[in-house]
Design a protein. Structure first.
Ligand SMILES: [Zn+2]
Length: 560
């Protein structure tokens, strides 16, 4: 259902109103007054309102329609004709650059078979001079893990072009023969630490599938994006964000060159979305340098640098997630740790001493425990108050570890659509007992943990209404399974919306400035295509941002 809303810009005048109240001296003259709106504020002290005044980049006032007319006669007014307004969505775990690269790269997301992908790449090769790299993205390494393709057909279709096709979740890559040749990957090449070169069982030759860190063998030969290309990619992704109603993102894993790109984009007013970055903790020189200079808190809230991203393990689909006990569907493996616990502890200790936050990717129950142990040790030593360490994904957590999140004040940064994407095979990986602690949002929330929600795009859609739908239904967009998958872990609509607003703001130390529509906060909000509070789950799936405002400025407007 998509009810068209009528919006008109008009100039309020006092004519016809019993106009007796000019704005009080404490209220600055507004630049915009939103009237005739159904405002879902997410402020528990004033949950709903009809009007809102904005001065500069902040909300000056929130209240009723009549008061608005009295307070702000003669002000520029946006009449929303009853449309619903909600706070700007904050996506707490994103990959803007990957999304941007995927917008530049060939998308394989909607090509379900090897044949279809090979055909698409063959067509691309025909348009490129020999030797030029073909870069694709989006085949599903989780779904295909039971039966990975080889590069035989791909190599035959592209004999003169190196091709590298990254999986949907970036945990496996598919290289053709030319790419392996350039990278020098042969039968003799040993598996790197924390990665695997898949090999033909009979001949021992690499099949072209490289998992986890083995992808780097090829990736390091792919020409780097220039700064301009990187900026263009990030800008394209940021525009996608505001188109979907995201006004802030927490960018997970940011390199030195990305910081430069972000800075320049902000300086050139080309970054419509606010960004809090997590520095790439694998680049020790980078974090040493930042620990030396301290966090960068932007008074304009455009680009904040105060967080470090670490990886404790891989992903569940490709069996890289570190489990306490072997995989239920492959008893020879328990997955892999990608950063030792001592290193997580040491970096956390140093980060806390310098006022940084640490956000560690942990999927398996062993990885989650290792990170909680490391955090606990570092927390015991820190003098700092209000520490907000994060675990990214917290996907499979041992029951005994669930309460530790709240006890240690560790934020569980989770992704509703990971659950609904993984549910067809997740239980095969971990079995019927461990699955109880998997994607366990309800348990985590009931245990008192902070629960910011996010998409982890581009592995999943960036559309936040798909995330909210997944959170409240635990169903695929098609509505399966009936009643939801392990529905006892569903969230209410309000909890899901909190996850994408206040909780996500809390996770970046921004809850005083963002996450609800109340006086003094940044004027980040969206006008929705329908009233989310009165929509069925199916209707929520179809909600769209009609207009997106960041700091009181219109950054997206749906075409009429
Ligand atoms: Zn991620």
């Amino acid at each position: 259902m998509s009810r068209r809303t009528r919006m008109t810009l008009s100039l309020f005048s006092c004519l016809g109103f019993a106009c007796n109240a000019a704005h009080s001296p404490t209220q600055p003259r507004p630049d915009l007054v939103v009237v005739n709106a159904n405002i879902v504020t997410m402020n528990p002290r004033q949950p709903s309102a009809e009007a809102m005044a904005i001065a500069g980049d902040r909300i000056a006032w929130v209240g009723g329609a009549d008061e608005a007319r009295r307070h702000y006669p003669g002000s520029v007014t946006l009449d929303l004709a009853g449309a619903t307004v909600i706070p700007g969505i904050i996506d707490a775990h994103t990959h803007l650059l990957s999304l941007g690269e995927s917008l530049i790269k060939i998308s394989l997301k909607d090509l379900p078979t090897e044949d279809a992908i090979v055909e698409r790449i063959r067509k691309e090769a025909a348009t490129l001079p020999p030797g030029q790299w073909i870069l694709g993205w989006g085949w599903d390494e989780g779904k295909w893990a039971a039966n990975y393709p080889t590069n035989a057909a791909l190599s035959a279709a592209t004999p003169d072009h190196p091709a590298f096709l990254v999986g949907l979740h970036s945990f496996a890559g598919w290289a053709n023969a030319k790419a392996l040749e350039i990278a020098g990957v042969t039968q003799e090449t040993k598996d790197p630490a924390n990665g695997q070169i898949l090999r033909d069982a009979r001949t021992g030759k690499p099949t072209g599938i490289l998992t986890n860190h083995a992808q780097d063998l090829v990736k390091r030969h792919i020409p780097q994006l220039t700064l301009e290309q990187m900026k263009r990619a990030i800008e394209l992704a940021a525009v996608e964000c505001v188109r979907h109603g995201l006004t802030s993102v927490h960018e997970a894993q940011v390199s030195r060159s990305m910081i430069r790109a972000f800075r320049e984009l902000v300086g050139e007013s080309r970054l419509p979305v606010r960004v809090s970055v997590m520095l790439d903790g694998a680049d020790r020189a980078l974090i040493d340098e930042w620990f030396e200079r301290g966090p960068e808190i932007d008074p304009r809230h455009r680009l904040t640098i105060r967080s470090v991203k670490l990886f404790a393990d891989g992903a569940l689909g490709s069996r890289g997630a570190a489990l306490l006990e072997p995989y239920s569907d492959q008893s020879a493996t328990r997955g892999i740790f990608t950063t030792p616990g001592d290193v997580v502890y040491d970096i956390t200790r140093r980060a806390l001493a310098k006022g940084f936050q640490v956000a560690t990717h942990a999927i398996g129950d062993a990885a989650n425990r290792q990170v909680l142990d490391a955090y606990e040790r570092a927390l015991r030593e820190t003098q700092r108050k209000d520490v907000r360490l994060r675990v990214e994904h917290a996907q499979v957590v041992a029951p005994a570890d669930v309460p530790r999140f709240a006890q240690l004040g560790v934020i569980a940064s989770m992704q509703p659509t990971h659950c609904t994407s993984d549910m067809p095979w997740a239980e095969q990986r971990v079995g019927p007992v461990r699955i109880q602690g998997a994607y366990a949002w309800r348990r985590m929330l009931d245990a008192g943990a902070h629960l910011p929600l996010s998409s982890d795009f581009p592995g999943e859609t960036l559309d936040p209404f798909h995330g909210i739908y997944a959170a409240i239904t635990r169903q695929s967009p098609e509505g399966a399974p009936a009643g939801g998958w392990r529905p006892e872990e569903r969230l209410t609509l309000h909890e899901a919306m909190r996850g994408y607003t206040q909780e996500a703001a809390y996770a970046e130390y921004e809850e005083r400035d963002k996450g609800s529509l109340e006086p003094g906060k940044l004027a980040d909000f969206l006008v929705l295509s329908a009233d989310i509070t009165k929509s069925s789950p199916r209707e929520i799936l179809g909600l769209r941002a009609q207009r997106t405002y960041v700091g009181g400025k219109l950054v997206f407007q749906a075409p009429p």
